[in-house]
Design a protein around this ligand. Structure first.
Ligand code: THU
Length: 165
């Protein structure tokens, strides 16, 4: 038996076509690229989230001289929300990047670890996170749930079952 899945997302030609609320979050992510510490890759990633309080929080990638120790913009942001604003839900989260001297016109495709982390937060707060992806300019993709970026993702339910035994 062959099964197929479909992934739905919205595509906008440019940020000006988004709602004003979404424009503000994407703009915060674009601005947050300036806070990245990325001397090794020169790939400056910015993230921003609007919380249920309406507050916008930012994050950026922070690299390490020991390369694997570095952390992506998405997880910098998610971990800071989880520790500082643990009672807030994430309404929407945007990611952008500045490739320093190279074009930033295509939406960024989050790495696999960040997709897992986004899914973790979605499960933790039992609320879907809208995800806005775009370069510093150009088209914008909007996904309506982190699970759409990580189909068949691991949700840890097996741990509950093991504990229950
Ligand atoms: N990076 C992110 O911050 N988010 C992603 O989704 C992809 C990659 C960062 C990690 C590293 O600092 C640089 O971009 C190059 O991989």
């Amino acid at each position: 038996m062959i099964k197929k899945i479909e992934i739905e997302y919205e595509l906008f030609e440019h940020a000006g076509l988004l709602s004003l609320e979404d424009q503000a979050v994407l703009e915060a992510a674009r601005q947050a690229t300036k806070t990245a510490f990325a001397p090794y890759s020169n790939f400056h990633v910015g993230s921003a989230a609007r919380l249920s309080s309406n507050e916008i929080i930012i994050g950026s990638n922070q690299e390490s001289a020991s390369y694997p120790v570095g952390i992506c913009a998405e997880r910098t942001l998610l971990n800071s929300i989880g520790s500082q604003f643990s009672t807030e839900k994430i309404q929407v989260l945007a990611v952008s990047y500045d490739a320093i001297g190279k074009p930033s016109k295509e939406p960024l495709s989050p790495c696999g670890m960040c997709r897992q982390s986004l899914l973790d937060y979605e499960n933790r707060y039992e609320a879907p996170i809208r995800i806005i992806l775009s370069g510093l300019e150009g088209p914008v993709q909007i996904f309506h749930s982190a699970s759409h970026l990580l189909p068949f993702g691991f949700n840890g339910s097996v741990f509950k079952e093991l504990r229950g035994k």
